[in-house]
Every structure is written in structure tokens, then in C-alpha cells.
Design a protein around this ligand. Sequence first.
Ligand code: ZN
Length: 209
Amino acid sequence: MSPVALTFDDGPHPQWTPAVLDALAEASVTATFFIQGDRLLARPGLARATVAEGHSVQAHCDRHRSHHQLSKAEITADLDRLLHAMRTAGLPRPSFWRPPYGDIAAPRSQEVAAGHGLRLVTWTVESCDWARDSAAAIFSELLAERRPATRLEPDSIILMHDSVGAHTAELVHLLAAEIRNRGWTCGPISRAARTPERPFNACQPSSGG
Ligand SMILES: [Zn+2]
């Protein structure tokens, strides 16, 4: 059984990545960060610090574009730019790749991943933190299972973003406590993780409900 994987996309961000790292340290849990190459070039030390704190740093993209808009050659070029940036920054070689929007279903995405020895991964729980500004509201949506892709399970992969605001760090506290109360553990994403090929990816701005 895989642990619950808390995952964060689109960093490193100068303000929100440190806030998430602090929250993870306070909760004594490790997590996975899917990083973006152009942001890594601006903050390589932040990504190295993330690894030094025991977290897993994995591949997201160089420029943030859906594979639906890209040819196989363009997908390959984007990934190669990211991998080069990660090498240059002194980061470990990634083993997982979560492309933007979780768009992994196209055969060309699968082919590029296989050619680079990367396992494609999406998520089972979408926090919608980029479309919300309240950790409490997100947390209650998850517990109520009010949207698709909200069911917390012992091996959930939970999508968040270390790039959108202070509420994501607050959400880490709430989730880590809930997971602990249920007797489950958190950890870096594992090879055994089950991952949908077409994840929920349609967050609407909160209606206030
Ligand atoms: Zn992203």
C-alpha cells in the first residue's frame, strides 16, 4: 500500500514554496514537488533545499503547456529543457513526470515518458487550491466529497500548488492532521501509486457554498 502522497505543482515559488516547506516540517511529513523549469532556473537553491529537507522533487514541465497543444518533438524538447535545468541545479534525476493539467493520455506523451525512463503520474484528489483562497473551504469540500476527485483514501495522490497562496500551507496542516487521525501515513509518491489516465481537472471558482 502506498502512503498518501501530498503533491505540489508549479514551483519553486519564492514565497509559497517556503511556506509549504514550513508546514510540512511542522507536520513532520514528506511530500512530492513537481517543478517547472523556468521557475527552477530562477530559484535553484529553493529546489535543492526542498530535496535537503527529505522531499521528492520530480518533473512537471519547462513551459506550462498542455500536451494536447504540442507535437511529440515539442513535448520532448520541453522535457529535455526541464531535465537539463534539473541537472544544472544539482537535483537528483527524476523518476516521475506529471505534465501540465495531468494530460498524459496521448500516445506521444506515453512514448516520450518511456523513452526517458519516467513514470507518468496524475492525481486522485484535486484540491482546487488554485481556484480557492480558503483552506477551510477546500478542506470541508474534501470531507463532504462535494466535487469529483475529493475522496480521501489511504493511497490518495492529492494535487496542490506551491505557487498560489498562503492557503495551501494552511491546507497542509489540516490534511496532515486528518490523515494522521485516520491512522494513515504521508510520504513521497511511490512507484506503486495508482494514477488515473484522465484525472479530474475542471475546478470552478468557489460559489461561496
Ligand atoms: Zn502545472
